[in-house]
Ligand binder design. Sequence first.
Ligand code: HEM
Length: 120
Amino acid sequence: MLTFHIVFVFISLASFTLRVLLLALKPALLQTKLFKITPHIIDTVLLLSGLNLVFQNQWLQGDFSWIIAKFLALLVYIGFGVMVMRMTGIKRWLAFVMALSLYGYIIAIAVTKYSFLGLL
Ligand code: HEM
């Protein structure tokens, strides 16, 4: 199940990056059903696989502050993701860099089970 989660971590990142590239190169493609629905399915599977790991490996029994930090960082990542899709020009690329940094930070929390910024 951990492998499944990690595979979706990469699929989700690839799907986000692809959409950002299309936004710059072929925005019309983003209006197709494929690109409107598939990302939601991928991200829901990622979320559910993470939740499943929380309960399967009983992560709520001990110190689970890293899970809360991961969740909050995920919300901030989603926020930057929305900004990327809505903004234009340099602001869009800045938001993209921030979103990627947050993604890296989420992975760092997951691997170390440690929150580097307190609750975030
Ligand atoms: C952007 C979203 C996410 C990313 C990038 C991500 C990344 C990762 C990575 C890389 C690992 C493997 C860490 C290791 O080497 O042990 C992991 C494990 C884990 N993730 Fe996620 N994850 C995400 C979302 C979630 C969500 C939403 C949850 C639950 C609410 C979650 C819960 C877990 C748990 C509990 C583990 C540890 C499993 C274990 O070692 O028993 N993840 N995550």
